[in-house]
Design a protein around this ligand. Structure first.
Ligand code: DGL
Length: 286
C-alpha cells in the first residue's frame, strides 16, 4: 500500500493519475485539512506537519509515502529523507517527493545525473515555474533545473493565494483573476517574453490549467505533473515491487482527512468526482 500526502485536496490530482496508472495497487491518501494551506507557512512548521503526516501513513501500513504536494516536497522532503528517516526507527520505509520527477521531465535528464549532459547542456529554453510562496522561495526548481541545464532560464512566479482559493471553491472569475495576475507577474519578470514551457508547480493548479492556457500563448508547453509523477513511480516500483504490498482485506483506495470528513468529501468532487468518501484521521504532532 502506497501513501500519498497533501496539505489538502490538491494531491488528488496526483492520486487520480496513480489510480488510473496502477489499478492493481492500493493507495491511502491523507489530506491535512486542519492545516491547509501550507504554502505561506514557515518552513519548520511545514517540516513538522509533513513528518507527522508521514508517520501517520507509516503507522497505517504504508511502507512508501509519496508527498503529493510541491510545498511539502520543496521544504521537507530532503530533511525527512536525509535527517529524520535514517534515525526514526522506520526501517524499510521511504518518502518520495514530486519535485524530482518534475525536474527530470522538464530537463529530460535523470535525477541521478546532476551535471549538464549533451544535448540538454545547450538547451536555452525559458521555463516558467508557478507555485506557492514556500515552493518558490525554496528555490528548488530553479536550482535543480539549472544544475542540469545551465543555459535554461528559469523564471519563478509566486501565486500566493491560488491554492487556497481553489481549495475554498472560489468562482471561475476569481480564479481567472488570480491566474492572470500570476501570468502578468511572470511576464513582468521576463520583459514580456512568454515561456517555452510552464511547470504548474502546485498540485492544485491542474484544476485551473485551462486558465493558465487562456493567459499563455499556444506555443507554451504545459508540463502535466500528475502524469510525470505516475511515469516516475512506475519506474521506481518496477525496481522495488515490495512497496506495493498491502495488508489483506483493506480497500484498494482510501482517503483520510484531518478535517471534517463529510465536508471534505463534498468538496473533493471538484477534484475527482469518482473519489471515495473521506474518513477522519487524527495526526499526532510530537
Ligand atoms: N498542494 C500544495 C502544493 O502542491 C499547495 C497547497 C498549500 O498551500 O497547502 O504546493
Amino acid at each position: 500500500m502506497i501513501g500519498v500526502f497533501d496539505s489538502g485536496l490538491g494531491g488528488l490530482t496526483v492520486l487520480k493519475a496513480l489510480d488510473q496508472r496502477f489499478p492493481e495497487h492500493s493507495f491511502l491518501y491523507l489530506g491535512d485539512h486542519a492545516n491547509v494551506p501550507y504554502g505561506n507557512r514557515p518552513s519548520d512548521e511545514i517540516v513538522d506537519l509533513t513528518r507527522a503526516a508521514v508517520e501517520t501513513l507509516f503507522r497505517s501500513g504504508c511502507k512508501l509515502v509519496l508527498l503529493g504536494c510541491n510545498t511539502a516536497t520543496a521544504v521537507a522532503a530532503r530533511r525527512l529523507q536525509q535527517v529524520w528517516l535514517p534515525g526514526s526507527g522506520w526501517r524499510g520505509h521511504n518518502v518520495l517527493g514530486i519535485v524530482a520527477p518534475t525536474v527530470e521531465a522538464a530537463t529530460q535528464t535523470p535525477w541521478a545525473v546532476a551535471t549538464p549532459q549533451y544535448p540538454q547542456k545547450y538547451n536555452s529554453d525559458l521555463i516558467a515555474v508557478f507555485g506557492t510562496t514556500r515552493t518558490i522561495t525554496s528555490g528548488v526548481y530553479h536550482e535543480e533545473i539549472r544544475k542540469r541545464c545551465p543555459r535554461v532560464e528559469v523564471v519563478q512566479q509566486i501565486c500566493a493565494h491560488l491554492a487556497g482559493a481553489i481549495e475554498d471553491e472560489a468562482t471561475e472569475a476569481e480564479l481567472d483573476a488570480l491566474v492572470k495576475a500570476g501570468v502578468d507577474g511572470l511576464l513582468v519578470q521576463t520583459g514580456g517574453h512568454p515561456p517555452h514551457r510552464a511547470i504548474l508547480g502546485c498540485t492544485h493548479f491542474p484544476l485551473v490549467e485551462h486558465l493558465f492556457r487562456r493567459h499563455l500563448p499556444p506555443f507554451t508547453r504545459m508540463l502535466s505533473q500528475p502524469e510525470v509523477v505516475a511515469d516516475s513511480l512506475e519506474d521506481y516500483l518496477a525496481r522495488r515491487p515490495h512497496y506495493t504490498d498491502c495488508p489483506a482485506g483493506v480497500a484498494r483506495l482510501r482517503l483520510l482527512t484531518t478535517g471534517d470528513a463529510s465536508e471534505i468529501s463534498a468538496r473533493a468532487r471538484i477534484f475527482w468526482p469518482e473519489a471515495p468518501a473521506f474518513v477522519h484521521a487524527l495526526v499526532r504532532r510530537s
